[in-house]
Design a protein around this ligand. Structure first.
Ligand code: FE
Ligand code: FE
Ligand code: ZN
Length: 275
């Protein structure tokens, strides 16, 4: 299985990969730059080369680069939309140094312009930044539907994919806290939710999982992550997700409120059930 957690990118790729191994992981997630945006650190070709070799030796799965969460390609402010485009375009160019991996982003918040307009603007951004022969798969994250967030319904993600020209570069990252908070019953009807995902988007688009418990009940539209087993999803439901035949081969990334030792414990729990 491919399991890992969110790590700090401040010391580079090789450092993250070694940190991952030290906690029993064989993949990881990181922010491409400060989560609030801003400039990314210059890439060190020695570091990316060493990372690629190390990841190969240690049988890593795909790693997940996460866009800054301030990136909003469907803002009402053209300056914010332009920043989102430039940031994503730059991230995707940089990721060519670590080919074959995943780039996840929050679709965005339409801030009162309406879901239809938001979807169209997000697709415009993707059409501007995806390029021929890219070596990264771009993932739309399922969202909790907080405020005016796009992506709380599978139909919204499908509509973005349908409007994107290079849709072969696109996939989806399912966040367990988010879909639960958005109202999907992954606790008592996982098969029903996956059937719905398959009908609306297609399970072949599902390329990664964010494994989180939730501080809030189903449908709360809050997006507050909790440690595994300490929230409203519960450990048994999480473990059913992790061992599900349609999901068990996907990279699974923890974004629970933990330090490294807490992540190590959660990774051990997931691996034990998966064996
Ligand atoms: Fe996210
Ligand atoms: Fe997430
Ligand atoms: Zn979240």
């Amino acid at each position: 299985m491919y399991v890992g957690c969110h790590l700090s990118a401040s010391k580079g790729y090789l450092h993250m990969a070694k940190e991952a191994v030290s906690i029993g992981a064989n993949t990881f997630q990181y922010f491409t730059r400060n989560p609030r945006g801003g400039n990314a650190k210059a890439l060190d070709p020695k570091d990316t080369e060493a990372f690629r070799a190390f990841a190969g030796e240690h049988g890593f799965g795909q790693v997940l680069a996460h866009a800054p969460y301030t990136l909003n390609g469907c803002s009402a402010d053209p300056g914010v939309r332009d920043f989102a485009r430039r940031t994503m375009a730059d991230d995707l160019q940089r990721l060519e140094a670590t080919p074959g991996n995943l780039y996840n982003f929050h679709p965005g918040s339409h801030v009162g312009q309406g879901t239809e307009t938001g979807i169209a603007l997000i697709a415009d951004m993707l059409n501007a930044v995806l390029f021929e022969d890219m070596h990264t798969t771009v993932l739309l994250e399922t969202m909790a539907g907080k405020g005016s967030e796009i992506g709380g319904r599978f139909e919204e993600l499908r509509a973005i994919i349908d409007r994107t020209e290079r849709a072969d570069c696109l996939g989806v990252c399912l966040d367990t806290c988010h879909v639960h908070d958005a109202g999907y019953n992954i606790v008592n009807d996982l098969d029903g939710v996956l059937a719905e995902f398959d009908r609306v988007i297609g399970l072949d688009r599902l390329r990664a999982l964010h494994i989180n418990d939730s501080k809030n009940p189903q449908g709360a539209r809050k997006d507050r992550h909790e440690k595994l087993g300490e929230g409203h999803i519960g450990l048994e439901a999480i473990l059913r997700i992790v061992e599900h035949p349609a999901l068990r081969r996907l990279p699974m990334l923890l974004e629970t409120p933990n330090e490294l030792d807490g992540y190590a414990k959660e990774i051990a729990i997931l691996k034990e059930r998966h064996a």
